[in-house]
Each structure stands twice: as C-alpha cells, then as structure tokens.
Design a protein around this ligand. Structure first.
Ligand SMILES: Cc1cc2nc3c(=O)[nH]c(=O)nc-3n(C[C@H](O)[C@H](O)[C@H](O)COP(=O)(O)O)c2cc1C
Length: 195
C-alpha cells in the first residue's frame, strides 16, 4: 500500500485521520485485554479456610479484573466455616482439584460478562466430566444486570450430573438485597449451608 495515497494533505484531515487510527488501535488493545481477562484461566495458590473442619467444600472462582469475586468467595467461605466446613478455595485453572468425590460441596463463582459467566468456569466443570451428584452452589457477581448467567451455570451443572443447591447474585453497582453490603450477604448465604 502506498502510504502517501492514504495520508491526507490538509491539516484538519490529518488530525481526523490520526484520531481515527488512534481510536482503532486503542479499541483493539482494550478488546484483547478484555478478551484475555474474561477467557483466560488464572493460576492461584490454594487457600484453605478452617483446616480442622469436618465436611469439605471446594470453591472455584474466576478472579475477574477487580478483587470483588475473590472477596465475595472468601466471605462465603467464612460463612461456611461457621458450620464447621473446611473450604478449599482456588481459581478455575488446569491445576485446580478435580477429585470431586472428595468434596461434599462445590461452589462455583463467576463474574458476569455480557450476561454470561466466564468460560473458565464451564471449562473447569468439563474437566471434571462428572460431578457425581455433588451439591453445587452458584455465586454470580455483576454490576447490576446478571442476564441469564445463573441459568447458564445451572445448565453447566446439570449437564455434568451435579445438583444445584442454591444461587447467590451479588452486585457491585446496583443495590444488593436490603441495601446490605455484598460481602455481608455472601457470608450470611454461606452460613445457611449445613453439612
Ligand atoms: C467486559 C465486561 C462485561 C461485563 N458485563 C456485565 C453484564 O453483562 N452485566 C453486569 O451486571 N455486569 C457486567 N460486568 C461487570 C462485572 O460483572 C462486575 O464488575 C463483576 O462483579 C466483577 O467482575 P470484574 O472483577 O471483572 O470487574 C461486566 C464487566 C466487564 C469488564
């Protein structure tokens, strides 16, 4: 391509041209950044809450761009701890535990992206192949419009032979139930699950 043919001669046209090219480049970089953040498995250490607990729960989450989903997951684990659960927490990635028969409860937590959960959660469940009728809790974090995310996660669970125990939807921007903090609500939800 002959660059001189594309490069405008008039100053105002040059400004518009450079602005448009800059917008396209920035949009492209932002799209790649979002795509990777939404779709990529993220490695993390295992966090163990209440090591002495008798019943064992596995909490798998997609971390997202902010700390919200992790904070909500840890709050949920703190609620479970009140009922003597031991909780193993980690992100949805290839090294996350897959020996599902060792767990009494599975919790899947995902942010909402465009009305859907992160694909990392579906990929994790696919790696398990069979949930062996494990009771499974869904946690969805969203700005305020979760769309069909809960239903999509329910389908993922049911297709893999899991049993949907309960669902929790927590908002970052919209008010949560009773104007209560999302963290407090998540801890309460966890405290309502008994071994
Ligand atoms: C690309 C993108 C798409 C999103 N789509 C939705 C959406 O459809 N509905 C919604 O309520 N929140 C949406 N959110 C907000 C996140 O679900 C919300 O911030 C979530 O609680 C935490 O995810 P984060 O840590 O990645 O921000 C979106 C966020 C991003 C970055």
């Amino acid at each position: 391509m002959d660059f001189k043919k594309v490069w405008p001669e008039k100053r105002w046209k040059k400004i518009i041209f450079v602005s448009l090219v800059s917008i396209i480049i920035v949009s492209f970089i932002v799209s790649i950044f979002l795509y990777l953040g939404i779709n990529s498995d993220v490695s993390s250490e295992l966090i163990i809450v209440n090591e002495q607990g008798t019943a064992i729960a596995l909490l798998i989450y997609h971390p997202g761009f902010s700390s919200f989903t992790k904070d909500i997951s840890i709050a949920y684990a703190e609620g479970l701890e009140l009922n003597d659960w031991r909780i193993i927490i980690t992100t949805a990635n290839e090294n996350a535990p897959t020996n599902i028969s060792e767990y009494d409860l599975l919790i899947l937590a995902s942010p909402v992206y465009g009305g859907a959960p992160s694909p990392t959660i579906g990929r994790y469940v696919d790696r398990l192949e069979d949930l062996e009728e494990t009771e499974t809790v869904i946690i969805v974090t969203a700005a305020g419009s979760p769309g069909n995310t809960v239903q999509t996660m329910q389908e993922i669970i049911e297709q893999n032979n899991g049993v949907n125990n309960s669902n929790n939807v927590l908002f970052t921007s919209a008010p949560n139930e009773g104007n209560e903090s999302a963290i407090v609500l998540s801890k309460i939800a966890g405290s309502e699950i008994f071994p």
